[in-house]
Ligand binder design. Structure first.
Ligand SMILES: [Zn+2]
Length: 312
């Protein structure tokens, strides 16, 4: 058995997973009701003890929603609640629960989850995009998470796309994330409504335009929404084609809330990826939605923990 933990901005999920990758028990707790990371960790210890009671648990894996220093097994920082900065979370949980514990950032872990148990099963090289409020990225090369020389590789969402584009969370401008995250798609939807007052009736009716709203309206044939979706796919296609030219993966997996849009996103996206790819890669392009739905990170934490105990 493996204990898997997925720590996001607003909640954490914990699961006990058996040798065949089946979730035996699972809990999800809101993290936002806690004021400090210490309280979140204390909550995790209580739930963790409850989950592992009576089970033979070999290891624990964690996917953390923020930058992680993998070598040091420490969280770098987090904007969720105060108290995460520089925390050696695996050591804390190892002490409290008595099982070997390993952690990485949630995008790397999600990539490894899809690689091991999801859409990337059977592949060797995989690129993973999680498109929600931001865009996280993970790179799996020859079956292993690629972390780069400084440990922070795989930030596929922070590939620069547009000179003088919108401000990005990372401090730069015009990154893929600043143009194509769920937040950015909603913002571009609102801007489009203002710019074209005679188009986009469906979008206008929404008041606050969200990414989901844009895709729903596009599916219903709203011309302005379709324009926003097309533009999204051009930017996303540029970013993904650039990464594919660099890495030549077997497969590119797109997860996160925005990937739920389905064909209205994936059909034009595949076309745009092909458009920007070098011809030599075009026959191999495979852009698919994540298969584990909300569980990419949890299952990746299982895979990470399994790899960890075979390594030490
Ligand atoms: Zn950025």
């Amino acid at each position: 058995m493996i204990l898997a933990i997925d720590i996001g901005g607003s909640q954490f999920g914990m699961a006990l997973v058996d040798g065949r990758g089946k979730v035996v028990k699972q809990v999800i707790r809101r993290a936002t009701r806690f004021g400090h990371a210490d309280e979140v960790v204390a909550g995790m210890v209580v739930e963790g003890r409850r989950l592992i009671e009576g089970a033979r648990v070999k290891a624990c894996g964690i996917g953390f929603g923020g930058p992680v220093d993998f070598e040091a097994q420490r969280i770098v920082n987090s904007t969720h609640v105060p108290g995460w900065d520089d925390l050696a979370l695996p050591a804390v949980l190892e002490d409290a629960l008595g099982i070997p514990t390993v952690m990485d950032n949630d995008a790397n872990v999600g990539a490894f989850g899809e690689f091991t148990y999801g859409a990337g099963q059977g592949s060797r090289n995989l690129l993973y995009y999680t498109v929600s409020t931001g865009i996280g990225g993970g790179v799996v090369i020859e079956g292993a998470i690629y972390r780069g020389s400084d440990g922070f590789a795989g930030e596929l969402g922070h590939v620069p796309i547009l000179v003088d584009g919108p401000d990005c969370e990372c401090g730069n401008r015009g990154c893929l994330e600043a143009l194509c995250s769920g937040t950015a798609i909603g913002r571009r939807g609102s801007e489009a409504v203002q710019k074209h007052p005679r188009l986009g009736k469906r979008l206008r009716k929404m008041g606050v335009v969200t990414a989901k709203g844009v895709f729903d309206a596009a599916r219903a044939g709203d011309r302005l929404a379709l324009r926003v979706v097309d533009e999204t796919c051009v930017y996303l296609g540029m970013g993904m084609a650039g990464a594919m030219n660099a890495f030549a993966p077997d497969i590119m997996v797109v997860g996160g809330g925005v990937s739920k849009a389905g064909r209205v996103l994936f059909d034009p996206l595949r076309e745009q990826v092909k458009r920007f790819l070098m011809p030599v890669h075009r026959p191999h392009v495979k852009v698919v939605p994540a298969r584990l739905k909300g569980r990419s990170v949890l299952m990746g934490a299982v895979a990470l923990a399994r790899e960890f105990i075979t390594r030490v």
